[in-house]
Write a protein that binds this ligand. Structure first.
Ligand SMILES: Cc1ncc(C[n+]2csc(CCOP(=O)(O)OP(=O)(O)O)c2C)c(N)n1
Ligand SMILES: [Mg+2]
Length: 366
């Protein structure tokens, strides 16, 4: 397994989801070993070394703790507007990110904090954007759904369901046009998967062999409608077949399975074979957004997913089987907590945007 692909690194980040200010691999004294975990979810065994799995574990934990804190700040009235938490789905973005190389691009919907952190965006800047402060990625004007980072090649954060699918296809077109070998990861929910613009994008992407990986994050529900009620297609990974787009389903609660599938998809794209479609079967534990009575599912269902399929617990069990000791988990936990606390302090102390910000980054007519 190519170490270069596993150690994807952009800018200051030392590991996926862990900014320079956070403890990366070098921040923790890990006992090096050749131990490897096995992913047999797709028939063919894929192994991964202990350090790689530890980095995935940390990245997922960072996203989980970030989101829990965002939920708390929202409850305290410190975050306004919309806020869609990613809790439960962390393995998808962390596994995908591990297959990327410098320059590859990411675009997603409004459920985007996890994607930002995974690309290496700073927790401080993301949290401060949530609290509407000038230290935020959009200087406090964008909020949860509108953040971008040219440095980390993160193209948003889009509140219009499905809009990012056309945009992500455009990113891939621009890469083809420029003749580089970048791949554009384009995430969307199962609720967006039957939109017309999605199929139009599939058509043009297949026609032009665009280097785009479409990832359907199938968390089973849209705002409150289950996929069974909304989609005639039962296997969404086959939705690109009329255009000849290769597709696979993957267990989105298993970071190794996602990483393995992502590597195949990204390699195919980079080799010029055109678009690829992955359906990651996942689950969100929290409501659709912060105000969601969740009458469309039972508590037992949520509880079952949390206790039996949690991606972080899953990775932890694998690490325990590789003899990772309790103390290391505790160290990682403490490090992640410190990063989140730092981001939270920053997000509360960063000043409100100046009035002059009303006139920056906007198109003024006349
Ligand atoms: C074009 C459009 N139609 C409707 C909405 C309202 N809306 C926001 S999220 C959502 C559900 C989308 O579900 P899914 O794609 O499964 O993503 P998830 O929230 O599960 O991540 C809807 C209908 C919207 N934002 N944009
Ligand atoms: Mg959904």
């Amino acid at each position: 397994m190519a170490q270069a692909a596993e150690t994807r690194k952009r800018g200051k980040s030392s590991s996926p989801g862990l900014p320079a200010s956070a403890p990366g691999r070098s921040g923790t004294r890990e006992k090096r070993s050749n131990a490897r975990a096995t992913d047999t979810t797709r028939g063919k065994a894929a192994t991964v070394d202990r350090d790689t799995l530890l980095r995935a574990y940390r990245s997922m934990l960072l996203i989980r703790r970030f989101e829990e804190k965002a939920g708390q700040l929202y409850g305290m009235g410190l975050i306004g507007g919309f806020c869609h938490l990613y809790i439960g789905q962390e393995a998808v973005v962390v596994g995908m990110q591990m297959a990327l190389s410098d320059g590859d691009e990411v675009i997603t919907s409004y459920r985007d904090h996890g994607h930002m952190l995974a690309t290496g965006m700073e927790p401080r800047g993301v949290m401060a954007e949530l609290t509407g402060r000038s230290g935020g990625y959009s200087r406090g004007k964008g909020g949860s759904m509108h953040m971008f980072s040219r440095q980390e090649n993160f193209f948003g954060g889009h509140g219009i369901v499905g809009a990012q699918v056309s945009l992500g296809t455009g990113l891939a077109f621009s890469n083809l046009y420029r003749g580089n070998d970048r791949v554009a990861l384009t995430y969307f929910g199962e609720g967006a998967s039957n939109q017309g613009q999605v199929f139009e994008s599939f058509n043009i992407a297949a026609l032009m062999k665009l280097p785009v990986v479409y990832i359907i994050e199938n968390n089973k529900y849209g705002m409150g409608t289950s996929v069974e009620r909304a989609s005639a297609s039962r296997d969404l990974s086959r939705n690109g077949l009329p255009w000849g787009i290769a597709g696979h389903q993957v267990d989105g609660m298993d970071v190794l399975a996602v990483k393995h599938a992502a590597e195949q998809a990204v390699a195919a794209c980079r080799a010029g074979k055109g678009p690829y479609l992955l359906e990651a079967k996942t689950y969100r534990y929290r409501g659709h957004s912060m105000s969601d009575p969740a009458r469309y599912r039972t508590r037992e269902e949520v509880q079952m997913m949390r206790t039996q399929h949690d991606c972080i617990e899953n990775a932890r069990h694998r690490l325990e089987a590789l003899d990772v000791e309790e103390q290391l988990f505790k160290t990682i936990d403490d490090e992640v907590k410190a990063v989140i606390q730092d981001a939270t302090d920053f997000a509360q102390n960063s000043p409100e945007p100046d009035e002059a910000e009303l006139y920056t980054d906007v198109l003024l007519e006349g």
